[in-house]
Ligand binder design. Structure first.
Ligand SMILES: C[S@@+](CC[C@H](N)C(=O)[O-])C[C@H]1O[C@@H](n2cnc3c(N)ncnc32)[C@H](O)[C@@H]1O
Length: 355
């Protein structure tokens, strides 16, 4: 059985004492800490800022990691990989998960694709050292690996906001795709089963991963232009604070960026923006009144309130009552059953609400 520490590089990254920067832990300097982190149930950042030193030896954004073992175990359960199957992993990282896949399908074939050539090379070396046969390919996994398709299973270990149809095309009918779905409101694991040229399936438990390189969120566009202002007694913070509410709201208004700003009010100002339409909204709270600002073609705060009320009216379902269907035309969220599709964007007056 393979050990995680056989795949973890000599230098890993943890949050520093300022709570912001990531700082290195070097195996040779602190072997006990390095080993304890490898044996923990936590994710371990193994690369920051795409491998560039932009902050004098510290890092800001984790860009490769060994995922938390409990999430890896759940994803492997959902994958239902059996011996003899062909499997594609998107996001090789350290190679540890690829090794677990290869152990589960010794008579099958494991292909793993990694976008960063240096990371792919380290994973190849580690996999060779433990003697497990994995074909590591360098490239953009959003295109899959057509040369080695079809696959019985695809597992994606970087988070996805838009599921590429190539993955559905490269999965055999009846096969499965397991991925961490993400939004700025929060994310959850998703299992799609492929049939009739579509991938369709339910969300599982909440989980967060670093995004695919090509799906990193757009820079938010807020507080430009001349917003409309209204005051209200309603201080709706739940979609920002409660993962179940946030997950549901995202199904009605995908692609939004969120922000929190401490401005000396009664609570941080909440910001919402949708870059493609140039719309933004904010909620600013004083002890006795709340002020909503909205700008752009979409009234994002009105949409947020309508989406929250819709979720509340459904009995506040968790993410496991939601699902996604992926076709050549795009992706559609649904609630309870694939034919109960969720219209977007959310407007208080929208027709055809999912029930
Ligand atoms: C969370 S790590 C993967 C963990 C890995 N499976 C393991 O066991 O260590 C995510 C990886 O996905 C890679 N990645 C990001 N975008 C990608 C893309 N479009 N195609 C392939 N790999 C990508 C990152 O470089 C990173 O190494």
């Amino acid at each position: 059985m393979v050990r995680r520490e056989d795949f973890i590089p000599e230098v890993i990254w943890t949050r520093g004492s300022d709570g912001f920067f990531l700082v290195p832990v070097r195996r040779q300097d602190d072997p006990d800490r390095w080993t304890a982190l490898c044996r923990s149930d936590e994710g371990i950042a193994t690369q920051v800022d795409d491998g560039e030193d932009r902050y004098g030896g510290k890092g800001v954004m984790p860009t490769s990691s060994s995922s938390a073992p409990w999430v890896m175990a759940r994803m492997l359960d959902l994958l239902d990989l059996r011996d003899g199957m062909a499997v594609l992993e998107v996001g090789t990282g350290t190679g540890y998960n690829a090794a677990l896949l290869a152990e589960r399908t010794p008579a099958g074939a494991v292909t793993s694709i990694e976008i960063d050539p240096a990371i792919a090379e380290q994973a190849r070396t580690a996999l060779d050292q433990v003697g497990l046969p994995v074909t590591v390919v360098v490239g953009d996994g959003e295109a899959g690996v057509p040369d080695r398709a079809p696959f019985d299973r695809i597992i994606v270990t970087a988070s996805v906001a838009r599921v590429p149809y190539a993955w559905v095309e490269q999965t055999r009918p009846g096969g499965r795709i397991v991925l961490p779905f993400t939004s700025e409101f929060g994310g959850a694991l998703l299992t799609l089963t492929v049939a009739d040229g579509a991938g369709c399936g339910r969300f599982d438990r909440e989980a967060g991963f670093m995004p695919l390189r090509g799906q990193r969120p757009d820079p938010p566009a807020w507080r430009h232009g001349d917003p409309d202002i209204r005051t209200t007694d309603r201080e709706l913070r739940a979609p920002f604070d409660d993962p179940a509410a946030g997950f549901a709201v995202n199904t009605r208004m995908p692609g939004c960026a969120l922000g929190r700003l401490v401005e000396g009010g009664a609570a941080p100002t909440l910001l919402l923006s949708h870059a493609p339409s140039g719309s933004w909204a904010s909620l600013r709270s004083e002890p006795d009144r709340h002020e909503i600002a909205q700008h752009g073609p979409r009234r994002l705060w009105d949409e947020l309130e309508a989406a929250y009320d819709w979720w509340d009216g459904l009995g506040r379902p968790g993410c496991d009552r939601f699902g996604l269907t992926v076709t050549p035309e795009g992706q559609t969220f649904w609630c309870d059953q694939p034919d109960q599709t969720i219209p977007t964007p959310c407007r208080a007056d929208a027709d055809g609400e999912a029930s």
